[in-house]
Ligand binder design. Structure first.
Ligand SMILES: Cc1cc2nc3c(=O)[nH]c(=O)nc-3n(C[C@H](O)[C@H](O)[C@H](O)COP(=O)(O)OP(=O)(O)OC[C@H]3O[C@@H](n4cnc5c(N)ncnc54)[C@H](O)[C@@H]3O)c2cc1C
Length: 431
């Protein structure tokens, strides 16, 4: 039997009260059926309702059960693919338009939290990203300058002294602070969106997997695991790395990549000796650590590592604890209270898939490891496209649902990650 409950995590320990899963009623007929109640699906539904459409959202487990309820909680501009890399591929104007759209996503989350009046989604500003090797100062300065001047990014350069004053680690060098970024409790944000949707007449059926999409006259009929169908004019696919055997053309282009998060015990005195920054913190390595303080600065929430293995390593907690101690040896020994994993959906181009796959079936998914703003962007853009009131989705046209290579693709990604780790290590030992 499928276990639909939330995984054990810090977010589940601090979840806002939410009712039991509601089943799918019989005879549901809507303009749009959205599949997957992560932040992409939830935002799209909220926006479709805003455009006057009737909507049913199907979720195989619970709202926010996937990556959206397990992540680091960092909300910042941009995409999984870097802005300057996009500029090289697409030219400045296109890259700038995409960047501006990603900023709309960041602003959307901020505005929604205010509108939803959700005190259980505390917001803390800032994202400090630091170098873990010396000798890259000039390159970092140049990138910051370019992103600020040409893209209007809210970044500033920090020298080594300022970084080490703030983060007490010999492993860190210069850094870049993004004052426009912030962190949130992502699971409670997802639940606040769901409450808003229900209050506006949207239907959400949980523990209800979409199993088959069948053409039905001018529209579609979605068969579900609860034995009932949803009749819909259009379908929006938002299942990311968790979607299986529903729409192969999309699934085979999404590579599921796992990443891990742990939370420490409450240890305010120890943290005070190491970390004096309340926003998001990360390093600029190709596959770096990301962490922040929670519970009023008393607990560390730390994420890192990626793998294409879907199963969780048994020694997950120890592995990440060693990573933490290697940066902050002054923390000495401490208890890891929670350790969990989540799957991100990546495409080979590291950009989301935002397009009509065939008449009436749309996809807004695969935001990779940079999804908290990008899911909001996709939700807005998909809703306006499906309601026929906007065409910003066309900015994503170059990023097709290309085959990710299956098992070979996974192996390639794993090898690329090990290669990136080796390059990161080499940069550090040379510095
Ligand atoms: C550990 C971790 C840390 C991360 N940290 C950050 C971060 O700090 N900042 C950031 O920007 N991004 C981060 N990310 C990435 C970010 O979380 C994701 O990009 C984003 O949440 C994806 O949202 P989504 O709605 O597309 O997919 P998901 O949240 O994965 O939701 C997909 C949903 O679809 C459902 N589903 C699948 N198939 C079906 C079906 N057939 N029928 C019904 N439902 C179905 C699943 O059950 C799932 O709930 C992180 C990801 C992970 C895993």
């Amino acid at each position: 039997m499928t276990n639909h409950s939330y995984i054990d995590s810090y977010y589940h320990d601090t979840i806002v009260a939410n009712g039991p899963a509601l089943p799918l009623e019989a005879g549901v007929e809507v303009d749009v059926c959205v599949i997957g109640a992560g932040l992409a699906g939830l935002t799209a539904v909220r926006e479709l309702l805003q455009h006057g459409k009737s909507v049913c959202l199907l979720e195989a487990h619970r709202v926010g059960w996937g990556a959206s309820g397990r992540n680091g909680g960092f909300v910042s501009d941009g995409y999984a693919e870097g802005t300057l890399a996009l500029e090289k591929k697409l030219g400045f104007d296109h890259a700038k338009a995409l960047f501006d759209l990603s900023c709309d996503g960041t602003r959307y989350v901020r505005r929604a939290i205010d509108e939803l009046d959700a005190p259980e989604v505390p917001v803390q500003e800032g994202w400090l990203r630091v170098l873990r090797h010396d000798g890259a100062e000039e390159g970092l300065k140049r990138s910051v300058e370019r992103l600020v001047e040409a893209y209007g990014a809210s970044y500033s350069f920090w020298d080594k002294e300022r970084v080490r004053e703030t983060l007490r680690s010999e492993r860190y060098f210069q850094g870049m602070d993004d004052s426009g970024a912030f962190h949130i409790h992502p699971l409670n944000y997802a639940l606040a969106l769901a409450d808003d949707i229900k209050s506006k007449g949207g239907i959400i059926a949980e523990t209800c997997a979409a199993q088959q999409l069948n053409k039905d006259g001018a529209g579609w009929r979605v068969a579900t695991s609860q034995g009932r169908d949803v009749k819909a004019g259009k379908i929006l696919l938002c299942g990311s790395a968790y979607m299986e055997k529903l729409y192969p053309k999309l699934e085979r282009s999404i590579l599921p990549v796992a990443t891990y998060v742990v939370t420490s015990e409450l240890m305010p005195e120890k943290i005070e000796t190491a970390i004096r920054y309340r926003g998001c913190i990360g390093d600029t390595r190709r596959a770096g650590d990301y962490y922040r303080l929670v519970d009023d600065g008393q607990r560390l929430l730390w994420g890192g590592r990626i793998t294409t293995r879907k199963s969780e390593p048994v020694q997950l907690a120890d592995m990440l604890k060693k990573d933490i101690q290697s940066i902050y040896p002054q923390l000495e020994d401490f208890k890891i209270e929670r350790a969990w994993a989540g799957l991100m959906g990546y495409c080979v181009h590291k950009m989301p898939i935002m397009r009509e796959m065939e008449p009436g079936i749309w996809a807004a998914t695969a935001t990779g490891g940079h999804g908290l703003n990008a899911t909001a962007t996709l939700g807005m853009v998909a809703a306006e496209a499906m309601a026929g009131v906007g065409d910003r989705y066309k900015l994503f046209e170059p990023f097709e649902a290309a085959w990710g290579g299956g098992a070979v693709g996974r192996l390639g990604t794993q090898l690329a990650y090990w290669g990136m780790q080796a390059m990161d290590w080499w940069d550090e030992v040379r510095s």
